[in-house]
Design a protein around this ligand. Sequence first.
Ligand code: AKB
Length: 343
Amino acid sequence: MSGMRKSAILITGANGEVGHGLIERLSEESSDPIVALDLMEIEPELKKRCAASYAGSIVDRALMERIVSEYRVREIYHLAALLSTRAEFTPDTAHDVNVTGTLDLLRLARDQGSWAAESVKFLFPSSIAVFGLPDLETKRAAGSVKEWEWTAPMTMYGCNKLYCEQLGRYYANHYRQLAEEPSEYNVDFRCLRYPGLISATTLPQGGTSDYAPEMIHAAASRKPYACFVREDTVIPFMAMPDAIDAILSLARADVGHLKRRVYNVTSFSATAGDIRDRVAAHFPHAEITFAPDEKRQRIVDSWPSDVDDSWARSDWDWDAKHDIDATFNGYLFPVIEKKYAGA
Ligand code: AKB
């Protein structure tokens, strides 16, 4: 059957923030057809760039079977997830989507790989939410954390991501290790842990690092904004174009150079107050206040103020193109102004 099927790149969560940027880049840079999947109908602009798109859930097995009956999936970008705030309201659903959905896709990748006799690449965005620092004093003392430090998440989403990292590592390195003939075509799982992402063109849904993009978009669209964390709250961030560069660089890296399956990546760390200052300097009419929500604050306080991404730098030459100045002055402000021009 594999001879009849067209080979394709599968992107789940295609309508999300990373999905938007990734589909735009992949459709320009790669000749491989893209198959997009999202709970919602894919936006028309993105649809045009895909060979096919499906609206449905990643835990719908019949749908997944339909996709593989039509396409030989040789690379997967598994972006679909319920983010950290939303997952706290519906932890069971979050577990279904974030864990069961990922496990189903790992199985799909395994099957596709063994039929085609080649490993399927499986790109998985994890998050700084896998870290859990118990209090602010520890967070200050920890500074920049390494991949294996402080991995005791306090959110369902963080637990889900951390476990899926381990599942991916298992499918890549240890799958059916006791079988007489272990598979030669294990899943080529590659994972990066994103910091808070900030896009000039889309807004996140249901995350806890959302205060940064929300503040910027509110100011650009002349709306008042009450930030739900304290002014001194600090976590690492990254501009969306760098997030897309990072996942594509990891996907294209020579597997022989990858000494890990899971990599920290970051660009700059900033407090909510730093972001307010930059936004207020650029949009003098901005109305930004601070009204911390105790519960969401606790979650952000448990995330590190910085991550050490030296493994990514040395194994696949990771280097963010946008530092904090370039993120705001070279990317966010010019692009966001166009977005809201005339609004
Ligand atoms: C969230 O806030 O849940 C995400 C994340 C940090 O992974 N943006």
